[in-house]
Design a binder for this molecule. Structure first.
Ligand SMILES: Cc1cc2nc3c(=O)[nH]c(=O)nc-3n(C[C@H](O)[C@H](O)[C@H](O)COP(=O)(O)OP(=O)(O)OC[C@H]3O[C@@H](n4cnc5c(N)ncnc54)[C@H](O)[C@@H]3O)c2cc1C
Length: 373
């Protein structure tokens, strides 16, 4: 066993040629799997390729801070070229995988290509969950990417600019209401963090517009569920709800959106809210790539064994939001929730599992640094 930084390299027999490891998706799961494998496996053992549409790891939990201008986009984008020095980057989306031939197709910004792999780690994450609700696809804005975060910020500021210019007529007052109302759907991380951060920020700067009083701006957080931030448990959820209510955010639980237009949101209790800003944070769905693989899924997530191998296909692992990894720490009959903390842990764990290390090496590395937001 040879020490390498804070990790240990394996002393298993060298392969004739370095194994080609391909990772799909450079989010929390894929990034941390690669970072760990680069430490554990020298160039004589493995070469690494990351297929991803971007050349950065996006710290999505901090997207609300970008939407509110607290952070710059570059502050939450970690360059993969800079951090994963031994990893070749194939920019693009994987469009199909041939598990028998160990080949996959990548559609890139400039050209399409094919890659061969000896070991494959699937970590394509999730996308904003779309519901078949009239008007939502056209008028709601997701908060999953840097460009969406920047768009929302500019959009909200543009509403203040426009509202400030409106005449004091009946039509002007009606439009002012629409422009000064923000509706966030989904009281999970995305919707709750967004509305809390955005309201706090706008409250502080609204007096820059001559005619706008911060209290005039209406904020709504709505969810079909009976609680805010259910991931955090009843007590913290209640505290979050109290803070929002104290700040003047209307929290409407047990309802959702029935339809949306460019100027209004109709709720399932028939209330029509005049609003030109609708932010959609009502859950995520696995990357569309998973459905194309024609492998068993659980609520859209790829079924994997507890060691994150994909049953029925050799040398393939899946982790993060896209995989239904049994939650061994809580309830193994359920998958781990789609969170950055789980994806990161799974990335590190899968890197340690391959190639198989001796028991003493595995035991020597039981602790791992996990970020808690
Ligand atoms: C606004 C917001 C706030 C959040 N707050 C928290 C929080 O406070 N705490 C927490 O734990 N979690 C939080 N999360 C959830 C967390 O970000 C995700 O659970 C985590 O990013 C999942 O990691 P992943 O690696 O599975 O997927 P991702 O980080 O989504 O990465 C997947 C990557 O794969 C790429 N990809 C997709 N399809 C393909 C393809 N076909 N080919 C190649 N690449 C592909 C994607 O572009 C992406 O870069 C939040 C999420 C959001 C959006």
């Amino acid at each position: 066993m040879r020490k390498f930084g804070r990790s240990f390299r394996t002393t298993a027999p060298l392969p004739a040629t370095p194994a080609r490891v391909v990772v799909v998706g450079g989010g929390f799961g894929g990034f941390y799997a690669l970072r760990k494998m680069q430490k554990l496996l020298g160039p004589e053992r493995a070469s690494f390729t990351l297929v991803a549409p971007n050349d950065y790891l996006l710290y999505s939990p901090l997207l609300p801070e970008v939407a509110t201008g607290v952070l710059d986009p570059r502050d939450i984008a970690v360059s993969t070229r800079q951090t994963l020095r031994r990893t070749k980057l194939a920019l693009g989306h994987v469009t199909s995988v041939d598990f028998e031939q160990h080949r996959l197709k990548v559609s890139g910004p400039e050209s399409d290509t094919e890659l061969s792999w000896d070991k494959l780690i699937l970590a394509p994450g999730s996308v904003t969950r779309q519901f078949d609700i009239p008007g939502v696809a056209e008028h709601a804005h997701g908060l999953k990417t840097l460009s969406e975060a920047v768009f929302i910020r500019n959009h909200v500021l543009a509403q203040l600019d426009a509202a400030d210019e409106l005449p004091d007529t009946e039509a002007g007052r009606a439009e002012r209401k629409e422009r000064l109302t923000v509706v966030a759907v989904g009281a999970g991380y995305t919707g709750t963090e967004f509305v809390a951060q955005m309201q706090n920020w706008i409250r502080g700067i609204a007096t820059r517009w001559a005619s706008i009083d911060p209290s005039e701006i209406r904020w709504l957080l709505i969810d079909l569920a009976p609680a805010v931030l259910p991931e955090l448990g009843e007590k913290l959820g209640k505290e979050a709800m109290d803070v929002l209510a104290e700040r003047g955010v209307e929290v409407r639980l047990g309802v959702t959106v029935a339809s949306a237009t460019a100027t209004s949101v109709t709720l399932t209790d028939d209330d029509v809210v005049p609003a030109r800003t609708l932010v959609w944070g009502a859950g995520v769905a696995p990357s569309p790539l998973i459905a194309q693989l024609e492998l068993p899924t659980e609520k859209g997530r790829l079924v994997v064994d507890p060691d994150m191998t994909v049953p029925g296909v050799a040398d393939v692992w899946a982790i993060g939001d896209a995989a239904a990894v049994p939650d061994l720490a809580a309830d193994p009959s359920k998958p781990t929730p789609p969170t950055a903390q789980h994806a990161q842990r799974q990335g590190i764990a899968v890197a340690r599992k391959w190639p198989p290390l001796s028991a003493s090496e595995t035991d020597a590395r039981t602790s791992t640094r996990i970020w808690v937001w």
